[in-house]
Design a binder for this molecule. Structure first.
Ligand SMILES: [Ca+2]
Ligand SMILES: [Ca+2]
Length: 159
């Protein structure tokens, strides 16, 4: 998501597995101060080509802007979580490693973890790089993702 001279409000939004060669894998704020409320910003990557140009895997913000973050999870982004200014309104988790979240295994996002997610995982099996079936965000679809799917099988992820 690229914000330029705008202050949108994001509420209960998931921003996951986005890629850029430059800055701001998940959200880039150029002179913008969004309100980020109950959002999940996970497994986004800046500087995909690894040339050292590109930062703010989860969120990147230019100086003098003030994105406000409330009750949100920002984790598992590369090469870092947040670059630039932001205002912590509380209830946030910002971490390199994401805690286990049953609903990460809801690959197709329909609110339940079932055979449809398993089918997608089979189709994507062995894929290297960004995939919805890469449940743990380590950029390969393998047995670790399958294990998480099994453990969380049948979970209700609807809101
Ligand atoms: Ca599902
Ligand atoms: Ca994986």
């Amino acid at each position: 998501m690229y914000n330029y001279l705008s202050d949108p409000e994001l509420y209960r939004t998931g921003i996951r597995r986005n890629l850029t060669d430059g800055d701001g894998g998940g959200i880039a704020n150029e002179a913008s101060s969004p309100l980020i409320d109950e959002c999940s910003i996970k497994f986004n990557t800046a500087d995909v080509d690894g040339d050292g140009i590109g930062t703010g895997g989860g969120m990147w913000t230019t100086p003098f802007a003030n994105p406000q973050v409330l009750n949100s999870v920002i984790c598992g982004n590369m090469p870092n979580q947040i670059f630039g200014p932001w205002i912590d309104l509380g209830g946030n988790l910002v971490a390199d490693e994401c805690p286990a979240d049953a609903c990460d295994a809801d690959i197709n996002g329909d609110g339940v973890i079932n055979i449809l997610d398993f089918t997608t995982l089979l189709v994507e099996w062995g894929k290297v790089g960004v995939s919805d079936a890469d449940i743990n965000g380590d950029l390969i679809v393998d047995i670790a993702d399958f294990s998480t799917l099994l453990i969380t099988w049948g979970s209700d992820c609807s809101e």
